[in-house]
Design a protein around this ligand. Structure first.
Ligand code: NAD
Ligand code: ZN
Length: 388
């Protein structure tokens, strides 16, 4: 890729504390951020998990002179109302900061809670990202899945009130004040969610590396992110107690999201409606469509996947560009199937009569605008059909 004529901005500002057991540092870190009465934003399943037990132990039980509150109303593929509810809890309890604790859903709601805490009358349908959003409450993001990388992102993905489709709420001020990547928190993540969320990280790195935007720093991070997923995800999937693999997956997830500040591609435009219309996990939706998207792209941008192949550990030194692409797609497809993420959309509940609406919604989604090659609404439908 050549240097573009227009100036570009590169930004990698989040402080990340990485290591098993680092959740124990949370009270000290909150104090440094000036936060004495945090609201933990999470989902109802997590409050009964071992990960939440570690958070509770770190923050201290109520009655030990510690003040913290919990909002546990986050739903998967969350809606605006989830963040509105969390902001109400934030105000009612007089909170001064947010601990976003969970998968991408809880992290996104936790991040966005601060927008509604600042402006209780905010409606996402009228959201203006250029308004003054400075001075948001501090937020510590603590992921318990290794996939979305939302912890290092500047956006929150929510379904606005009255809408069917997800919207990406972009706001640089949404960036977390601190991220804690503690592998102990992902130890209990079940195999399907380990695979699905890991596939999200893989898709972020593949789509961001191949999208036609000038960002060599993100490109380097994306390629290493792919290598880490290929190395660590099968280990974490087979043995949830492999803490080295769990840690590497947390890193790979954050790296995928740092990389996609560059942008994404058609797989994400297809995954978003598959979640909002068919209630599919975001990472699983990506996994089900990614090979078909790559098969669509490869003949139109021959050689696009050569360096992805190298990151996957394939020997493509003597292969033609087309051959390297073919080998990469075959590898990615087999890799995902090996994690139980094969089988096609139909096997996962998508009906033929939903394809038109899914294609319309995918085309209205912004991610495909930076796909390796342009893609039309009918081509998106064709990709969905192939992924069935
Ligand atoms: N903001 C961003 O940059 C960004 C990027 C990608 C995806 N997303 C969004 O993130 C969401 C998906 O996030 P996700 O895939 O992490 O799923 P999720 O947050 O919806 O969680 C899925 C399930 O996993 C459970 N879970 C989480 N951690 C667990 C643990 N340690 N042990 C046991 N169960 C656990 C949760 O309780 C939940 O039931 C989607 O809404 C997607 O649009 C956001
Ligand atoms: Zn994603």
């Amino acid at each position: 890729m050549s240097v573009p004529p227009a100036p570009a901005t590169f930004s990698f500002p989040t402080t990340v504390r990485f290591g098993a057991g680092t959740i124990a540092e949370l009270p000290e870190r909150l104090k440094t951020l000036g936060c004495r009465n945090p609201l933990v934003v999470t989902d109802p399943v997590l409050t009964g998990s071992a990960a939440f037990g570690l958070l509770r132990r770190a923050l201290g039980e109520a009655g030990e002179g510690k003040t913290w509150h919990v909002f546990s109303g986050v739903r998967p593929n969350p809606h605006e109302a989830d963040a509105v509810g969390a902001a109400r809890a934030f105000r009612e309890a007089g909170c001064d900061g947010v601990v976003a604790f969970g998968g991408g859903s809880a992290l996104d709601v936790g991040k966005a809670t601060r927008l509604f805490a600042k402006r209780p009358d905010l409606k996402l349908s009228a959201y203006d990202w250029t308004a003054d959003w400075s001075g948001l409450a501090p937020c510590v993001c603590i992921p318990t899945t290794a996939g979305t990388g939302s912890e290092v992102g500047r956006s929150a993905v929510l379904v606005p009130e009255g809408a069917k489709a997800k919207a990406v709420i972009f706001q640089p001020n949404l960036l977390a004040s601190l991220v804690i990547l503690d592998a102990d928190l992902t130890r209990g993540l079940p195999p399907f969610l380990t695979a699905a969320t890991g596939a999200d990280a893989l898709t972020h790195s593949i789509e961001s590396y191949t999208c036609p935007v000038f960002h060599p720093m993100c490109d380097g991070i994306a390629l290493e992110g792919i290598r880490l997923v290929v190395t660590a995800l099968p280990r974490a999937f087979r043995n949830g107690g492999d803490m080295e693999a769990r840690g590497l997956m947390l890193m790979a997830a954050s790296m995928g999201a740092v990389a996609f500040q560059k942008d994404l591609g058609a797989a994400h435009s297809l995954a978003h409606p598959l979640s909002s219309l068919c209630a599919m996990n975001h990472g699983a939706a990506n996994a089900y469509v990614l090979p078909a998207v790559m098969r669509f792209n490869a003949p139109r941008a021959v050689g696009a996947y050569r360096r992805v192949a190298v990151a996957c550990g394939l020997d493509v030194a003597r292969a033609s560009d087309a051959e390297a692409d073919r080998m990469t797609i075959e590898f990615v497809s087999g890799f995902l199937a090996g994690l139980g993420l094969g089988g096609g959309l139909k096997a996962h509940g998508v009906r033929e009569d939903q394809l038109d609406e899914l294609a319309d919604m995918a085309f209205a989604d912004g991610c495909h605008k930076t796909n390796i090659v342009p893609v039309t609404r009918d081509e998106l439908r064709g990709i969905l059909k192939e992924a069935c």
